[in-house]
Design a protein. Structure first.
Length: 278
């Protein structure tokens, strides 16, 4: 597989796709396809950008030396730090251009939110005191890949925010946090060695797994308030809850992938349920 595709970490991309799909479905029959496409470009660009930025920042700090998970471009030598940094800025640039156009078509306050998202994405592991090293990564993910991604897309369709859209956003945010949580549970040992105090490191293995379970519960509960069809998500959720109990090390990579699929499944259930008024 192409190194840049590997570096973009495809398993994390459902966190950018699901909020847009769900928001458009909840907004139906008020649909603006161009705004939806722009929101999707923004979401995917920022997700890819933050993945490259994380690869670059951790790579130059040596935090990825003993990483278990997907290939890291800088740490593995597949790309230089300068190349990965340029790739991150390029992805940020695409997201910024799409976001500016979306704000011109909807509301200028989206410019401020977009700027905050880009700064926060870079500061996740970049800079002198990255908040991702202080256990605050889940806060960023919940806000920007849950609330902002879903509600921003919904606002771009309808020009308003509703309780239904907020609950859908909470569901998306919870699963996006679960993706980060399982990623960090996998890396607890390596992160501890380099003093990277993610939330999983701070909580410890057992409580971090319980936190993951809590996030899955929140995702199901909040989505159920939007549509009863989301109750079908209980079945794949139960499988995830069972796997997170016993999987360790590299085995958690499959849980990461399954969590991404779960986000798409639950997002599809919410979308179908709202479209048919269930």
């Amino acid at each position: 597989m192409n190194r840049w595709i590997l570096g973009a970490r495809p398993r994390t991309l459902p966190a950018a796709i699901a909020p847009v799909v769900v928001a458009v479905a909840v907004a139906y029959p008020t649909i603006d396809l161009l705004n939806a496409l722009l929101a999707l470009i923004v979401g995917l660009s920022l997700q890819i950008a933050v993945n490259y930025a994380n690869d670059y920042s951790d790579g130059i700090k040596g935090s990825d030396a003993d990483r278990i998970g997907p290939i890291r471009l800088v740490a593995s030598g597949l790309a230089s730090a300068a190349e990965v940094k340029r790739a991150a800025f390029f992805a940020f640039g695409i997201g910024a251009v799409a976001g500016l156009y979306l704000s011109f078509r909807t509301s200028y306050w989206l410019i401020a939110i977009g700027a905050a998202a880009i700064i926060a994405a870079w500061r996740y592991t970049g800079g002198a005191n990255p908040y991702g090293y202080r256990g605050l990564g889940e806060v960023y993910v919940f806000i920007f890949f849950g609330l902002v991604a879903t509600l921003g897309t919904y606002f771009g369709q309808t020009g308003e925010i509703t309780i239904e859209a907020i609950m859908a956003a909470i569901s998306n945010g919870a699963i996006a946090c679960a993706l980060l949580a399982v990623n960090n549970i996998r890396d607890i040992e390596g992160d501890t060695k380099v003093n990277k105090k993610t939330l999983a490191v701070r909580l410890g293995d057992t409580r971090a797994r319980r936190f993951y379970m809590f996030l899955i519960f929140i995702a199901i509960f909040s989505s159920f308030t939007v549509t009863i069809l989301a109750a079908l998500g209980i079945f794949p959720a139960l499988k995830l809850l069972n796997e997170i109990k016993f999987r360790k090390g590299k085995e958690l990579i499959s849980v990461l992938g399954a969590t991404g699929k779960f986000q798409l499944i639950l997002g599809s259930l919410i979308s179908i349920g709202t479209l048919v008024n269930l």
